[in-house]
Design a protein. Structure first.
Length: 607
């Protein structure tokens, strides 16, 4: 990858090591789950919803008068500011991410969540009533100078109105979500996180075992992968019922609301254009020849006649230094500093305040995520395993964190961003960190690092679209057959993973049970956002490489929050995502990187 020149925004590069914590400091929110402030905040939220409902439930003037609607929207925004991201639930959910076996927390969620659902149901009438006004009146409101600050909000309300049910029905839909979805998903997550794997005398959590596979020699990693898969198979009976239950619930919801396809609700909820997203899915699926080329080359670089599932994410050599979290933090800081010192300030503040939970442990969920919002501290969860990959993961999640912080710039109504936009910032900041990693490597190690970076893109773009196709197949099959067995789900997993990887990988029946661990298939087509974001981020990063002043475009999209549709946000910074040609160009750039890797490998006699 081309090295980005420095920019004037980074004249002060911080190199001193900050003091930091490696576990979340939940006192940023509450003392403990018995803190009386939790109940006080719940009551404040309940009052905010009730006050708005008492004021507007029996009023209709805002449905025809623009000044009355402006006043109502101001009050809605004030209520939104009070409610924020629900500090009590934010606190409990995140604690459960690292203490999944804590029954007291689970019980607390069970008590408080229905109360908040009931409270939020009080204001369902508002958007339902707005959605029912005539097209002529909608047009008046959308072109009114008085309502200019709320035009995009109104636009999304009017466009989504066709999928609304009655107020009474919406309340039922909201109330049933916990037993019909949350309790199933949380229940299996709890079972899964309690599993351990014993390998070479060491007892590891499932998350630690999974994260360790790629660090081992061929024979060991394949053995550990089999042990992980066997463990997942042993609990797949629960996953089978979970998947069938929540997918059937979604089928019911989609039919009641009138969504045409299983993926329609997600794409519209992310405020994307459905036609453009399905063009992305089709373009990437047709481009699976590119990912197949990569895995064929990977087998040669590993000097293996064929690959197994355990080999999918492994590196091709020992670039791997055992990168501690401290080293990962410093490399990430240096990368961010090149683009702007305010990015470093956000990172330093978060590690100092205990907003990053670093290491894997029993009872902690696997993977990594960032979560933040109004009135709550942005939190990042990692499961750090010492490797250069850990640098990329830290930079990725901090990209989300920076985006979350900068999206607080607009007015309260728009202080968030849709999921489809989220992966752009995360991948952009990964690129900054990657350049710092390259500086620490020898020429041969750089080839290994280039392979790993391409592999990330293969996973982010091609694997996630293969998952989209896998998930779509599950929805269709369950809707047609009524339910699927765990064996059928596992077979479907292998079929769709084979399609993007190619015949060079020999799948075992056991590999299919990885579906039980794949949390994304519970988030209904969320995976397309990875491919969408990665290809946009790649284009945006090239603009930054060509001219460092274009970092202002990166800031502009992050600071836009939810003030526009994703397509309009990116158009505003010179990227048109509505045409398949844009995605085709992105795939070609990945293919060019694969060709470059092959050329360098031959030059250095690695193949």
């Amino acid at each position: 990858m081309k090295k980005s020149p420095s920019t004037n925004r980074s004249t002060t590069t911080k190199t001193s090591k900050p003091d930091y914590k490696t576990e979340w400091d939940f006192t940023l929110l509450y003392k403990n789950e018995k803190d009386p402030n939790i109940e006080a905040d719940i009551q404040t939220i309940e009052r905010a919803f009730k006050t708005f409902a008492d004021t507007y439930a029996k009023k209709d003037d805002y449905l025809s008068d623009e000044q009355a609607l402006y006043t109502a929207l101001l009050d809605l925004e004030k209520m939104t500011e009070t409610v924020g991201s629900s500090r009590p639930m934010f606190y409990l959910y995140n604690r459960l991410s690292v203490e999944s076996q804590n029954s007291a927390l689970t019980a607390k969620v069970g008590l408080l969540e229905p109360r908040l659902t009931k409270a939020s149901n009080l204001i369902l009438f508002f958007e339902i009533k707005l959605g029912k006004i005539s097209k002529e009146q909608q047009k008046k409101f959308l072109t009114s100078p008085v309502l200019n600050d709320y035009t995009y909000y109104l636009q999304t309300v009017f466009e989504g109105a066709r999928y609304n049910l009655t107020e009474a029905e919406e309340k039922i839909m909201s109330l049933k979500n916990r037993p019909a979805f949350d309790m199933w998903v949380d229940g299996f997550a709890k079972v899964r996180s309690a599993q351990t794997v014993t390998f070479k005398g060491k007892v590891m959590s499932l998350a630690e075992a999974t994260n360790s596979i790629g660090q081992l020699p061929t024979k060991d990693r394949r053995k550990l992968q089999d042990l992980v898969n066997e463990t997942l198979k042993n609990v797949s009976y629960f996953a089978e019922h979970e998947i069938n239950a929540i997918y059937t619930n979604k089928k019911i919801n989609d039919e009641l609301r009138g969504y045409e396809h299983p993926y329609s609700a997600t794409i519209k909820g992310y405020q994307n254009d459905e036609k453009a997203i399905m063009a992305l899915v089709d373009t990437v699926t047709k481009g699976f020849t590119i990912s197949k080329k990569f895995y064929k080359l990977k087998a040669k670089l590993l000097k293996l006649p064929s690959l197994e599932y355990a080999d999918r994410g492994v590196g091709i050599g020992k670039t791997e230094k055992k990168v501690s979290f401290d080293e990962a933090l410093q490399l990430t800081r240096q990368g961010f500093a090149r683009a702007g010192t305010r990015y470093v300030d956000i990172l330093d503040s978060m590690v100092k305040n205990g907003q990053i939970d670093v290491h894997p442990k029993k009872g902690k969920e696997g993977g990594a995520y960032c979560w933040g919002g109004s009135n709550v501290p942005t939190l990042v969860m990692l499961n750090h395993v010492p490797s250069t990959d850990a640098v990329m993961t830290l930079a990725h999640e901090m990209g989300h964190a920076i985006h979350t912080e900068l999206s607080k710039k607009p007015r309260t109504m728009y202080q968030h961003y849709t999921t489809s936009v989220a992966e752009v910032a995360s991948t952009f900041f990964e690129n900054l960190a990657f350049e710092e990693v390259l500086k620490t490597l020898s020429d041969k190690e750089k080839i290994v690092a280039l392979h790993d970076r391409i592999q990330d893109y293969i996973s982010t773009v091609f694997r996630q679209i293969a998952c989209f196709n896998f998930e779509l197949n599950l929805h269709k099959q369950i809707r047609e057959k009524g339910s699927l067995s765990k064996e059928e789900i596992a077979q479907s997993h292998n079929k769709h993973m084979q399609q993007y990887i190619g015949p060079v990988m020999k799948f075992k029946e056991l590999d299919g049970y990885m579906f039980a661990q794949w949390s994304h298939i519970r988030r209904y087509f969320y995976v397309y956002s990875y491919a969408y974001g990665a290809l946009i981020s790649r284009a945006l990063y090239k603009k930054y490489q060509d001219d460092p002043k274009n970092i202002e475009k990166v800031d502009a999209f992050m600071e836009a929050g939810a003030t526009m549709s994703p397509e309009d946000i990116f158009k505003s910074v010179g990227i048109d995502t509505t045409k398949p040609a844009f995605f085709e160009e992105g795939l070609k750039s990945i293919e060019d990187d694969i060709k470059e890797l092959e050329k360098l490998a031959k030059k250095n006699k690695l193949i």
